[in-house]
Design a protein around this ligand. Structure first.
Ligand SMILES: [Zn+2]
Length: 338
């Protein structure tokens, strides 16, 4: 049971869905079942990759392979860090975010299964503990997308400490979409939300604000959270300020006024405006030229991950070649191409 103390309650996030409490409960369950952990006991121990490091603002990337500092993946994270801080006017970070990139999927999975048994298989995880804000992933085809999402979680926690679940995921989804500036429309999400609306679904920010366990977050909740963040940040200066003020209150206020209340004080009938905004976005082909192609690629991959969520990672991924120049050829230029 001592291991339980090392598992954070507040800081488990993963691609698509997350599993904070689930991870903790499964760890306890596993410890109590004689047969359930045999595969873990016999598996070769994989430790965190630490041989090579790259430092940036609030960022420490660790790997067992040499990654050039000017690699597009690294440069993208450095730009993302600036974008997140500028867009949200975040307070100074309290700590760095440590990004562990394993050589391959197999090592990454072995590490997670032995360190945090019971977590659903995902391509990447953010794990926040009092000691460290860590991102775990492996060198695969979707590394840019995954790192953007998880690094955003890390940056938010580094600056704000506690971050309510819905906005943690909404902002990670928002900044995950690459583009010359934040706010590229996620056309997959606008299309799916529009289809849901046609079938009677209604947005409900107050309901989202009540969610405090990852297991409660359904895919539509991630989509709605993204849409509320996009609405708040782009529909008017007042709504943007409401969101920024809300974030600023998080570190110092135990129960900050929810964003839903702030929006109601700033604009009349925010849910009607939200629907109007969603309608506008649905007719938008993206803020950036690359948005459509990129989003379609992400859609295809995510559905694959969902379908296999209980079984295995999608594959195959490109083999890692331990030289800087080959990394670029083997591992990146995506995600638009996959
Ligand atoms: Zn997330």
């Amino acid at each position: 049971m001592t291991a339980l103390a090392r598992v954070p309650r507040r800081g488990f996030s993963c691609r698509g869905r997350s599993a904070a409490v689930t991870g903790v409960l499964l760890l306890a369950l596993c410890a109590g079942l004689a047969g359930g952990c045999r595969s873990v006991e016999t598996r070769q121990l994989v430790t965190r990759p630490v041989r090579h490091s790259i430092r940036g603002d609030n960022l420490l990337v660790l790997s067992d392979f040499r990654l050039p500092r000017d690699h597009p993946v690294i440069e993208d994270l450095m730009v993302l860090r600036s974008q997140v801080h500028e867009e949200l006017a975040l307070p100074e970070s309290r700590s760095d975010v440590v990004v562990y990139i394993f050589n391959n999927e197999s090592e990454y999975r072995s590490f997670l299964e032995t360190t945090y048994p019971g977590l659903p298989p995902r391509r990447a995880y953010f794990v926040g503990t009092p000691k460290e804000l860590a991102v775990y992933t492996f060198w695969g085809e979707r590394i840019q997308e995954d790192l953007r999402h998880e690094f955003t979680h890390g940056l938010l926690h580094a600056s704000l400490g506690r971050v309510p679940l819905w906005i943690d995921e909404g902002l990670a989804e928002y900044f995950e979409v690459p583009g010359p500036r934040p706010g590229t429309v996620n056309t997959e999400y606008t299309q799916k939300l529009s289809a849901l609306l046609a079938n009677g679904w209604q947005p409900d920010l107050e309901r989202l604000e009540q969610l405090d366990e990852f297991a409660q977050m359904q895919r539509v909740d991630y989509q709605e959270a993204w849409a509320w963040v996009h609405f708040a940040l782009h529909s008017s200066p007042d709504t943007r300020q409401s969101l920024v003020d809300y974030l600023h209150d998080l570190p110092s206020t135990k129960k900050p006024t929810p964003l839903s209340q702030r929006l109601s004080q700033q604009v009349a009938a925010p849910e009607k405006r939200f629907l109007g905004w969603l309608s506008t976005l649905s007719g938008t082909r993206g803020f950036a030229m690359s948005a459509d192609v990129e989003t379609e690629a992400r859609t295809a991959g995510r559905e694959t991950v969902d379908a296999k969520a209980a079984a295995d990672f999608p594959g195959p991924f490109p083999a890692f070649e331990p030289s800087g120049s080959t990394i670029q050829q083997a591992g990146f230029e995506q995600p638009a191409a996959d």
